[in-house]
Design a protein around this ligand. Sequence first.
Ligand code: AMP
Length: 287
Amino acid sequence: MSTEPLLFERIAELRAHLDAERVRGRTVGLVPTMGALHDGHASLVQRAAADDDVVVVTIFVNPLQFGPTEDFEAYPRPLDADIARAVGAGATVIAAPTVREMYPGWPLPVATSVRVAGVSERMEGASRPGHFDGVATVVAKLFHLGGPCRAYFGEKDWQQLAVVRQMTIDLGFPVEVIGCPTVREADGLALSSRNAYLTAPEREAAPVLHRGLLVGLATVRAGERSPAAVAAAVRAIIEPVVVPDYVEVVDAASLAPVNPLRGDVRLLVAARFGRARLIDNVGITIS
Ligand code: AMP
């Protein structure tokens, strides 16, 4: 493990470096992040370090994926700690471009945008208009910069993973997209950079999302095949604590409704706890 990673702020230099590495026969793993790294991010980096010779962690708080009332300015940016944590997990290259480096005309609107129809439209897409266009656009740009590689994304953001997979197929990127399991606190709360916003009582309440999802899973395991009934079982746990934005029980790949439930099914929730909007999901295969 290197303790001195290569740090790039210039994306042209990053691209040239990765091209040169591939010429030498080395494989590249790409881990896109917005920084404020925690053990969830570290698990992606560790997986990349196990698979690939060169492990690139990108740290970029992407303004395109924040709504006008969201926390772009307030989003934590502890760059030195992030670099240390990424290297500790096995990163060999850190890319931390500025907004102007990624979007040269900024703050003028970015003219070109990637929109992934269907899979991006419900749930987070409905609650956060434009969010997935911003995600797809920045990931497309990172894939162009990264070149042929494996790219690692967390299942914690299941809909984002589905959007990225669809975009990769549709636009023909030479990238293998790899989903990695959600890392949780001992009480089940999914690790998230936004957990830092939680007050002590909110932190205590937040694991109810995972508890609700587990009850939903148990309902499916007990034989329930109605998505509405499974969603109601999840809501019965969550709603005494917080009113969720949504509770969805859908096909895991397309995120489309499936009734009766069959195949790979995903249960997804979102809810606001004070300043933090939290999301979580779990999956089950019905055979
Ligand atoms: P972010 O910095 O929030 O954009 O996240 C960067 C990547 O880390 C995304 O692919 C996320 O899905 C992933 N990630 C975030 N939290 C977790 C977690 N608790 N477990 C696994 N992956 C995560």
